[in-house]
Design a protein around this ligand. Structure first.
Ligand SMILES: NC(=O)c1ccc[n+]([C@@H]2O[C@H](COP(=O)([O-])OP(=O)(O)OC[C@H]3O[C@@H](n4cnc5c(N)ncnc54)[C@H](O)[C@@H]3O)[C@@H](O)[C@H]2O)c1
Ligand SMILES: [Zn+2]
Length: 452
């Protein structure tokens, strides 16, 4: 295949897929990792841990699920993030926001500070706070931040600490993040630093936040010199994902969250990918049952990965499939022009294309990825006008560059398998970049959702 040719969508495999025994079956090969002493943990012991996690999950489910779902709502699902004494449940359901009893179960002390933004506050803040106050035992304060990634800064975060101190909150207070990923990341970091660590609870209200940012404890703010550069790993006490809140989410925000769900299918779960091929339109139509299933599976996969590698020393990096290409797109465009999920969608197609060129996957996987992302209304190529030089320069500053060598998450083997590696022919990366920046036919505006 030659540079400039967008092969995988149409071409046939020109090299056999290597037979890599370790890439077949379960547990996922990348779940071979090192324990705290640096020893390799065997797949068998990981399997044990996964079984244990599933058992804990079942126990948590029976101990913590609301006994009776609200009339007319689906019974909630519960996923447990297994981190020893910092384990926590993710509740996924309908009408959970007004079920203040669940939140109050996880509140430490008697003081609550709800952090939200100017878009989410008029929709949900009043009823949420009312429910908590009706529990009787809590003093509930709130702070409303400006909306937008550009306000994810230390300066704006200061408002949270100002409010907490003015309200005389002590270290036992619980900070509750009510909003999308920006509010979740900021609130978590505010809690981590407040008097050296207040508790916090995530109430995500976007698909992106429900399937990704609210789970796993990465918190922080942007610095003028880099996105998410100031932050901490700090786990919430629980996560509460209420499908009802997605009803007010703009179409474009909802669709861009679906690309992270596609990511879980590609890196880990062929069944989820197959299911998405059957059901993606239901997600776009906000079907609660379908959405609950997709969020449940996504959270379970992320919970498993986080339990094995909380601080991204190994397997957690696989969650960045498409992100190195995607971050280059976001940075070249200027943040906010494309949504994160949109950039990741195009980035995943590029990663799939490169994997195919390396002979690591069948062309079918590329085709299916492109088709699914198109149906999810996501772009499948970078924006028109983006140059190969922009890709090179933004990708070279990626967090996954180690000792000057770029490492990428690439697909390898049957659907649901991937690898994090710097061990590839750099010319193949060049070929993928050239093909995608040259292919203006596919990157035409009709394929881009950002015209709404
Ligand atoms: N911590 C992590 O592991 C992690 C992972 C992925 C992304 N992130 C971060 O998450 C952020 C992106 O999150 P996001 O996509 O949720 O963006 P966001 O928080 O900016 O929310 C998107 C928009 O939707 C609005 N909104 C939120 N909920 C709504 C609702 N129910 N109805 C109507 N409007 C609503 C918001 O006010 C905002 O305008 C980025 O800052 C990214 O760095 C973090
Ligand atoms: Zn992402």
């Amino acid at each position: 295949m030659v540079a400039g040719e967008l092969g995988p969508c149409s071409a046939t495999l020109d090299r056999p897929v290597p037979t890599v025994a370790s890439f077949s079956g379960r547990p996922h090969p990348l779940l071979v990792h090192r324990n705290k002493s640096g020893c390799r943990v065997s797949a068998a012991s990981q399997q044990t841990r996964r079984v244990r996690a599933a058992t804990v999950q079942a126990q948590v489910a029976s101990a913590e699920a609301p006994a009776i779902p609200k009339p007319g709502t689906l019974p909630p699902k519960i996923v447990n993030v297994d981190l020893g004494d910092r384990s926590y449940p993710i509740y996924i359901g309908e009408a959970l926001l007004n079920d203040a009893e669940i939140v109050s179960r996880h509140v430490q002390g008697s003081q609550i500070l709800v952090v939200t933004n100017t878009t989410v506050a008029p929709l949900y803040l009043e009823s949420f706070v009312k429910g908590l106050r009706e529990q009787g035992a809590f003093k509930v304060e709130s702070v409303i931040l400006p909306d937008g990634e550009e306000h994810k800064s230390l300066q704006v975060l200061q408002q949270v600490w100002d409010k907490a101190l003015e309200s005389r909150l002590d270290r036992k207070a619980t900070f509750v993040a009510l909003g999308g990923g920006v509010i979740g990341d900021m609130t978590g970091f505010a809690a981590a630093a407040y008097q050296r660590g207040a508790s916090f609870i995530q109430v995500p209200t976007t698909v992106m936040a429900m399937v990704d940012s609210s789970v796993g404890g990465k918190t922080g703010v942007n610095h003028p010199l880099g996105k998410n550069m100031i932050g901490a790993f700090y786990q919430p006490r629980c996560v509460l994902a209420d499908m009802e809140t997605l009803k007010s989410l703009p179409d474009r925000e909802l669709a861009s969250g679906i690309s992270e769900i596609v990511k879980y299918g590609l890196i880990f779960d062929p069944e989820l990918f197959n299911w998405l091929e059957e059901n993606v339109e239901k997600l776009l139509n906000r079907d609660s049952k379908a959405m609950m299933h997709a969020i449940d599976r996504s959270c379970a996969i992320k919970a498993d990965i986080v339990a094995l590698d909380e601080r991204e020393g190994g397997v957690r990096a696989t969650l960045n499939l498409g992100h190195t290409f995607g971050h280059a797109i976001e940075a070249a465009q200027g943040y906010g022009v494309w949504l994160h999920g949109e950039a990741v969608a195009a980035g995943m197609v590029m990663a799939a294309d490169m994997s195919f060129r390396l002979g690591w996957i069948e062309p079918e996987i590329c085709k299916r990825t492109v088709e699914l992302l198109k149906r999810a209304k996501q772009p499948i190529t970078p924006p028109k006008g983006m140059t190969a030089e922009q890709f090179r320069s933004f990708m070279s500053v990626d967090k996954k560059v180690q000792d000057g060598k770029l490492r990428l998450v690439l697909l390898r083997g049957p659907l649901g398998n991937c690898t994090v590696t710097g061990d590839f022919d750099p010319q193949i990366l060049e070929d993928t970049i050239s093909a995608f920046v040259a292919h203006e036919g596919i990157s035409g505006s009709s394929d881009l959702p950002n015209t709404q």
